[in-house]
Design a protein around this ligand. Sequence first.
Ligand SMILES: Cc1ncc(COP(=O)(O)O)c(C=O)c1O
Length: 348
Amino acid sequence: MSFIDFRSDTVTLPTPAMREAMAAAELGDNVYGEDKLTSELESRFSALFGHAHAVFCPSGTMANQIALGVLTRPRDEIICAAKSHIYCYEGGGWASHSAVSLRLIASENGKITAQDVLSNINADDVHFPRTSAVALENTVNRGGGCYYTLQEVTEIQKVCRANGLGLHLDGARLFNALVASDELAFAHGQCFDTISVCLSKGLGAPVGSVLLLRNAQMYKEAMRMRKMMGGGMRQIGMLAAAGLYALENHVQRLKEDHDMAQRIVKLLNGLPFVSQIMPCYTNIVLFDVNLEYGTAQDLIAFLGTQHIRASAINNSQIRFVTHLSLPSYAVERLETALQEYAQQVHTN
Ligand SMILES: Cc1ncc(COP(=O)(O)O)c(C=O)c1O
């Protein structure tokens, strides 16, 4: 029996049609600026978000880390959520690549507000690190895929502009936010200095992120940092072809992933071992198990015996992520397994 993999939307595999587009890709050396499809992908993204430049990067982590370096100087401070990917899951790269500190804002859903930004800007005093940038995440991975609306990011941007702060967006799942909110890429693009967008999550490409940059100076610095980090890549037209295919064919279908996530929330509602479900808006379902019935790891081990994979965030919290590589019967299989687990913990 094949595994149903709800661990992450990063597990998506290229579809046969995407593979065909990749196989047909014309190739050139991108470090010499000669890979036409990569240039086309970058142009498509910069036009879509209204940015002057875009740079193809091998990963979302590298794109984020380059952006932080572009917007800061050593010893500066960046304001971001305590639950942000940049802080939690990028190996502390901000400290070594850019020699900056992070000012962490605690919040349940990993979102921060304009007021949070305003009240965490350091005074211009030699004792304090200089606050120079803000980093948001949209959608918020650790926030159950919740998203910022255009109004919310506009308010944050106003505070940034008024205080001379750069504004970065970790938009690994920005298209999920745009599809769920029905808001325009261009309008969101205008709020940020730098944006990273992942091709290898819900969009289903095998690898790659695009980093958007507001002006030529930022672009020059980003290219320098990407090279320094070893991210200058050669014949990557095949990867760009996958990204272009994804942009054309896999954006609107994200709604199907959001609908599937809602069906999972319905299943979880009413199960005796589920103590809390985070509000679900896109393709991430986060919920807590009641520890009296076993830990998150216990449930995941049981699901493994049923050929279903999910992620434990901690001892009690589990994450299911929906994506384009899940079969249509994935939710039915999950339902059967969860019902069986409910019976098992009930009789124990
Ligand atoms: C919100 C967010 N940002 C950035 C990344 C990093 O992407 P990558 O795995 O390509 O480095 C991830 C990966 O899961 C993510 O969820």
